[in-house]
Design a protein around this ligand. Structure first.
Ligand SMILES: Cc1ncc(COP(=O)(O)O)c(C=O)c1O
Length: 392
């Protein structure tokens, strides 16, 4: 099976022989650019000398911030200078830092329902109340968000933060429609609701360009955009960046952990700077897009062929995920043993929601080659039929 390579036991998720693990939403190790990173790892030491392995500036190495600012301005049409960019240790670290800085005990943190399960884990590390707001085929239901904020205010509670994945959502595979983006920004400005915009999949667009980032649409809005090199370069480098309004950026920099250690990923950040300076990054992204687009196409076609009536999903235009709604009465957790018995697995929907709703499941198409994805879809179709037959 394609993904069963010798990774010397060093990776976070352990694959089981003979099982198509649709649960794991990570880049295929076979697509990680080892040669590009090897050259940059040495190149960073040549170019920056001891600076590559010293405590770094809190904001991150200027060379990387310069590269990120240039790419962003060229691709997203919002003028941005190196001084406007903060380097992070990836979006998980940046989200944790944002919660440290911006949340207080008892605050409400709003999330999409469903939301990225591991972000939910990071948020739950803090003494805050998590409140879900529904999404549909056009992303977050912004009218429901408005209603939720009004209800909370009437109860004397305040929503201080919204964590959202507006572009190529994990797990739902949808993107927030442009009119809703604008309305969300209005609401955020009116209520000083800080939006934590997780933009990790922006570059993995398969049907034309990604929609504009919330951050790019409105410089005055309280948006903290989290960008990451995990999906486009290498998750093990642990490097990302933060774009935010200047007052929010200053608050993020005044975090004790950053003041103590300096840049959270100094050496890796200089390696990424070299990758971007060397010029192979854009070509690599084009290769990734082509590979993941082909996988998306095969999985979507195979699901259409093999799933019984009553199953439905939205075809994702980017990212790694298909969010599948099951026929009425069948929960993902009930289905799971039927699937595992047939050599296929997935992430049950309850993991992605604060209310435990389990009528959907998430399939990742990033880790396997097309033939494995097609086999997995066929096995899943058999599992759904078997679970429906067994239902009381
Ligand atoms: C929506 C989302 N945010 C963040 C992450 C993790 O990002 P990072 O590796 O930059 O911490 C992932 C990885 O699956 C993700 O899907």
């Amino acid at each position: 099976m394609a993904a069963m390579r010798d990774l010397q036991g060093s990776t976070q998720n352990v694959l089981r022989p003979g099982v198509v693990e649709f649960a794991f939403g990570e880049p295929d190790p076979a697509l990680l650019p080892v040669a590009l990173v090897r050259a940059a790892a040495v190149g960073a030491l040549d170019r920056f000398g001891p600076g590559a392995i010293s405590y770094g500036q809190e904001e991150g190495p200027p060379a990387l911030r310069e590269q990120i600012a240039r790419r962003t301005a060229a691709r997203e049409g919002r003028a941005v200078a190196a001084d406007d960019v903060l380097v992070s240790g990836g979006n998980s670290q940046a989200l944790d830092q944002a919660l440290t800085v911006f949340s207080a005990p008892g605050d409400v943190v709003l999330v999409e329902a469903p939301t990225y399960s591991l972000a939910l884990g990071i948020i739950r590390d803090y003494p805050v109340d998590v409140v879900g707001v529904p999404l549909d085929g056009q992303g977050l239901d912004v009218a429901a968000l408005d209603d939720t904020m009004r209800r909370l205010r009437a109860e004397g509670r305040r929503a201080r933060l919204l964590y959202t994945v507006p572009t190529f959502h994990n797990p739902a595979g949808v993107s927030l429609e442009l009119g809703r983006r604008r309305r969300l920004l209005e609401l955020a400005r009116d209520h000083e609701l800080i939006i934590l915009e997780d933009d990790v999949y922006r570059e993995l667009a398969y049907d034309g360009d990604a929609p504009p980032a919330l951050w790019a649409l409105d410089p005055a809005a309280p948006v903290v955009r989290l960008g990451s090199f995990s999906k486009t370069l290498a998750p093990g480098l642990r490097v990302g960046w933060i774009d935010a309004r200047s007052d929010l950026r200053e608050r993020l920099l005044a975090c004790g952990m950053v003041e103590s250690g300096g840049c959270v990923s100094q050496y890796a950040a200089t390696v990424v700077a070299r990758v971007l300076e060397d010029g192979g990054y854009d070509g690599h992204i084009l290769e990734l897009r082509a590979a993941y687009r082909a996988r998306r196409d095969v999985l979507v076609a195979a699901l259409r062929e093999h799933l019984p009536a009553g199953c439905s999903f939205h075809e994702p235009a980017g990212g790694f995920f298909v969010w599948l709604a099951l026929p009425a009465g069948l929960s993902a957790t009930t289905l799971l043993p039927f699937a595992e018995a047939r050599g296929v697995s997935f992430a049950p929907g309850a993991r992605f929601r604060s209310d435990g709703d389990d009528r959907c499941l998430r399939l990742a198409f990033s880790l396997y080659e097309p033939q494995d994805l097609a086999d997995g879809a066929r096995r899943l179709g058999e599992a759904v039929r078997a679970a429906l037959r067994a239902a009381p």
